[in-house]
Design a protein. Structure first.
Length: 211
């Protein structure tokens, strides 16, 4: 029987290059014979993609922190049950642009819901399920927002429209998570050329998961 696959998540603030690095990692893993499912949050399954439109578009204050968190968790449960778990059970590696750390950081800390409340909600929904490895892409928020503003993204800019303090809080919170969970998380400097970032990402994957 083929062994269970691995789940790798990319985390970080807006414009840190998560989508680019997720695609590059998928290619690197495939070159080494792995079957890879590339996915994202919110989204990654038909139902979760519908919820995505509700949370990434519109006015920044469209949702209260609690209602926003419940929407993200609903999307994540569908994503895990319909996409991630079947892929892992089939021996594929899953590379996800964001996962549960984003909810702790965005809703729990930056939006003030509280990490303990988010933790309880997450455990009620998904138990202890977590990525095997999380790559935190670290970048000055001003540079990240500049990058994000220059990409073609339609109306998916709700979180980018929060103020500068919000984005500084995101960066600090992602760093804090990485410090508190060093066995799962690796921080990578995202302020360099994509190929240099990708080299550090691959080094972390090779050292931690030995693909």
């Amino acid at each position: 029987m083929e062994p269970r696959g691995k789940l790798i998540s990319f985390e970080g603030g807006e414009g840190t290059g998560k989508s680019t690095q997720a695609r590059l990692l998928k290619s690197a893993l495939e070159e080494r014979g792995k079957r890879v499912v590339l996915t994202r949050e919110p989204g990654g399954s038909p139902g979760a993609e519908q919820i995505r439109k509700l949370v990434v578009e519109g006015d920044p204050q469209r949702w209260t922190p609690l209602s926003e968190t419940l929407l993200f968790l609903a999307a994540r449960v569908d994503h895990v049950e319909r996409t991630i778990l079947p892929a892992l059970a089939d021996g594929a590696w899953v590379v996800s642009d964001r996962f549960s750390d984003s909810t702790y950081v965005y809703q729990g800390i930056a939006r003030g819901l509280g990490t303990e409340k988010v933790r309880r909600l997450h455990e009620a929904a998904l138990g202890s399920f977590a990525p095997d490895l999380t790559i935190v892409l670290d970048l000055d928020p001003a540079e990240g927002l500049k990058r994000a503003g220059g990409r073609a993204q339609g109306h998916e800019n709700r979180f980018e429209r929060f103020d500068g303090e919000f984005h500084e809080t995101l960066r600090a919170a992602f760093r804090d998570i990485a410090r508190s969970e060093p066995k799962r998380c690796v921080v990578v400097d995202a302020g360099r050329a994509p190929e240099m970032v990708a080299a550090d990402v691959w080094r972390a994957v090779e050292e931690r998961l030995r693909p």
